[in-house]
Design a protein around this ligand. Sequence first.
Ligand code: ADP
Length: 704
Amino acid sequence: MISRLIFVLILLTGLAPEALSANVKSGHIYVNQSDSLQIEQTISEALQLSRAGDYEGAVKLLNQADSLSRILNYSVGIEKVVSRRIDILIDRGRYDEAVEKAKQAIDEYPESHEISQYYNLLGTSYDYLEEPLLAIQNFEIALEIEQGSGSDADQNFIAGIYQNLAVVYKSLGEKAKALENFLLALETAQKTDQPQLLTVINNNLGLTYSDNDEFEKAIYYYEQSLELAEQINSKIDLYRGNLNLANTLSSMERYEEALARYEEADRLWSELRPNSPPVIIIHNRGKTLAQMGRYSEAEPLLLESLELSQQMGIQEGVYYNRYILGKMYIELGRAEEAVYNAEQALNLSLGSGNPTLISDSQNLLHQAYAQANRYEDAYQVLFDNKVHSDSISSLEKERELADLESRLEVTRQSDINRLLQEKQVQQETQLRNQFIIIVLAILFIALILITLFLMRKNSREKEKILSQLQTQKEELELLNEAKDKLFAIIAHDLRSPLTSMQGILYLIKDDLLSQEEVKALIPEIEGSLQQNMDVMEDLLAWAKEQLSGVKMEIEPVEVSPLVNDIVSSQAFLAEKKGITVNYDLSTELKILADKNALRLVVRNLVSNAIKYTKRGDKIDISSSQNNGNVQIEIKDTGIGIPESATDKIFKSKSWTREGTNNEKGTGFGLSLSKEFVERMNGRIWFESEVDKGSSFYIELPKHE
Ligand code: ADP
């Protein structure tokens, strides 16, 4: 009874919003609003007719709406007609056909606005075919589709689906789920403020709680339902609410209140159906009065209801009245009447095949026979009851088993869903964790890289500083070495000639030398002085070069006067050793050089030539030109240089010999000369043969 009521309501509410929104351009034909409204109205009228039981009339109107929709290519109309046709099939109890049509519609119009309705109708058909699992499955699809349609979602329709789900769960004995869905239906319907819908949902909630023996809650929802019914002045809902409330009050033994409600229901019924007597209400009042022990008032009512039921052919009504009458007569000790009514009840129950009714009436008849002292009959009926109970219990067992199985299936499915959800959540968490780990790892690696980079940079800077320090250290060491050399040279090379001169000066001072002897010593002193001055000059140049780095000032230098100058300053030494110095240099020959450096180099070479030649030897100084360069050659016929010393003589201090007249050597004149020449972009080299002589060459750029 519940599901029927709900189903009617879903269709009613599902139609209204779409009926106003049909203005669809489709194909080449424009469907104007009046056409679409006409179609919607025809469909709506068809619905009214089918509600009133005029299925043929309804089908005719639907055919019209369908034809018109097809002519106008108005797909919304076509798809709605399909829904209404399935609806009528369900109304007429042709559930298998309804299932086929609904499936066909789902295949044919998968994109339709009606798609959720098709699933809902499919679910409803399955519910009637007692396929609760398939019903639930399809209701859930309908729910998902409708909820997924966002702001277009029809909340009333959603509420209806929740109700349908609740009803199926109720039939499965899943009380908690049934209630949950009823409450969801209520919550959803409350959003839309549809008192008609809310009235029905509240009534259904009342029935559900009442079935669960939670009477207080049942009363609360019935009262809500009644209040809403009052607001919209729906007599049928007021009647239903009062009747259901009265039944609940009666179950709670609040008989007086129950009677008042029955009276109200009675009044409403007479308004609603003036020509149809209230068989049920009369029976319920009689039953309540009987329960109160008010048998004299109960009896006429039960008899009246019995008669009306018989007249109207309501077998169920006849049964219940006979049953309650039988029960009452046992209480009153009217055994014969009790037996008669119980027998009638049993016959009817056997006819209905309802095992509970059969069992109840057998028990009643057994009591009646016993009261009438018909023990044999009592025994027989008790025996029948036993056989029947056994068959019932096996039937019940089967049913319980089936129930259990379907419940298990529902639980299993919800378990699977739950597990899947849990797994999904787990996977999501896992993915999130992995993501976090990856991000952290990347950050960590980045941190390490940055640290490494900084460390490397740091160490590079350190290395740089270290190498700078090393260079500075080496420079300092070199400077120190140079300083040591300088002091050594000064101590050795300058000191001894100066000491000998000092000795001579003392001799002169103390008049220990004669005029002639002094005169004879002067060339000695002069030579010694010249040597010292040469050494001094070398030392100063070298020290300057070593300690501060000499800056070359390259300029055009006239070669001839420079050589002339040097030879003049050395002439005395050559003369003293009996060596001839010839030089032949073209005047006006200019080279690019630093004047002082060039002077030092040439003087060194001339001085060496004198130093390493013997009496009677000669020195030739000449110049030549070659590829924009000028070569100066200082050639002697002296002792020469052994081959083994070739690689050493240009290296500072690595090889030195005393001169032919025991002149001291410093061993760095040539190395200094080489360095200076190269810094003036020139080169220096020599050719020599032992005991034959040597030729030293310097080559420098010519100034044009
Ligand atoms: P020093 O002459 O003070 O020893 P040098 O660097 O000027 O230092 O010369 C290095 C050495 O090369 C000399 O000791 C000498 O043995 C050799 N040398 C240089 N010039 C000549 C030369 N014209 N003839 C022979 N030997 C020479």
